[in-house]
Write a protein that binds this ligand. Structure first.
Ligand SMILES: Nc1ncnc2c1ncn2[C@@H]1O[C@H](COP(=O)(O)OP(=O)(O)OP(=O)(O)O)[C@@H](O)[C@H]1O
Ligand SMILES: [Mg+2]
Length: 268
């Protein structure tokens, strides 16, 4: 098993951020799920978003991905203002989040899942035209080749014809990442990609994320598995009760009392 390189600590990057979350708040009725949250993600870097249950991490991710409109604040990605933009517009700009493979996608094969994920091309009509015809077997279509490439990189090449619904939880997570990669993202939003996955697959997912980073793809990673967060992320943002309570590298934030008590205070 390959060792994952630790990100090298260094001076903060001077390049313009790829993602800038600026003073974002989200209220659900009386609940302030996200409270004046600001942070940046540099191109090609991995930032971890951590915090206890209910801290607002998933809601923050949904605002960034365009699924939830914030009560106030701005999100800029690659120079464009994203608040008010639909998820497909964010995806077209290169900001893509993974989706759980539920419902009808479980009844598609892995290859079918990847092909229908390609934005705005024949994949969309493919769903209706499938009817068991595996036309891509002999296809040299660019998207088919790309799908095989991505599956190869995730060691899933032999699962091409397996039904997504028959895969293990961990393999499904890998397919979710593979689907997102079909959109050629500059940045991926990942909400707990290792949750409920056995150790060896979690390790494979971790290696996959490290490889994406070395391919130049930026990641915003929400994850409770802090060992993986520490190995992968050069910087973490810690949330509690909707607010950012700390930011820095993992060693730095772990030594802070307010971070410890935010975690311990919520633990049952
Ligand atoms: N659609 C919604 N309507 C009302 N309240 C919501 C909604 N979504 C989230 N909340 C509330 O917002 C707060 C933040 O939730 P969120 O799911 O963002 O937390 P989280 O940090 O992702 O937690 P976890 O680690 O458990 O996934 C919680 O109090 C939650 O109950
Ligand atoms: Mg969550």
């Amino acid at each position: 098993m390959t060792e994952i390189d630790r990100p090298t600590a260094g001076a903060p990057s001077r390049t313009a951020p790829l993602l800038a979350v600026d003073d974002v708040s989200v209220a659900f009725g009386g609940v302030r799920a996200v409270d004046h949250l600001s942070f940046d993600v540099a191109p090609g870097s991995i930032v971890g978003l951590i915090g206890p249950n209910g801290a607002g991490k998933s809601t923050a991710l949904k605002v960034i991905g365009g699924e939830v409109k914030p009560t106030s604040g701005r999100v800029r990605f690659d120079g464009a203002d994203l608040v008010g933009a639909a998820p497909y517009e964010a995806a077209r700009r290169g900001l893509v989040r993974t989706f759980q493979l539920g419902g009808e996608f479980a009844r598609l094969t892995v290859m079918e899942n990847l092909l229908v994920a390609v934005p705005g091309q024949k994949g969309e009509t493919l769903l209706g035209a499938l009817a068991g015809r595996r036309w891509w077997r002999a296809s040299q279509d660019a998207e088919v080749r790309k799908a095989r490439d991505i599956l190869g990189g995730l060691q899933l090449r032999d699962k091409e014809d397996a039904y997504a619904g028959d895969l293990s939880g961990g393999q499904r997570k890998l397919v979710e990442i593979a689907r997102a990669l079909m959109a050629r993202p500059k940045m991926l939003l990942l909400d707990e990609p290792m949750a409920g996955v056995n150790r060896s697959l979690a390790r494979r997912i971790e290696e996959t994320l490290a490889r994406l980073r070395s391919d130049g793809i930026a990641l915003l990673l929400v994850e409770h598995e802090l060992g993986s967060v520490e190995r992968l992320c050069e910087r973490v943002v810690v949330m509690a009760n909707g607010s950012k309570i700390a930011e820095g590298d993992m060693t730095e934030v772990r030594s802070r009392d307010d971070v410890l008590s935010a975690y311990l205070g919520r633990r049952k």
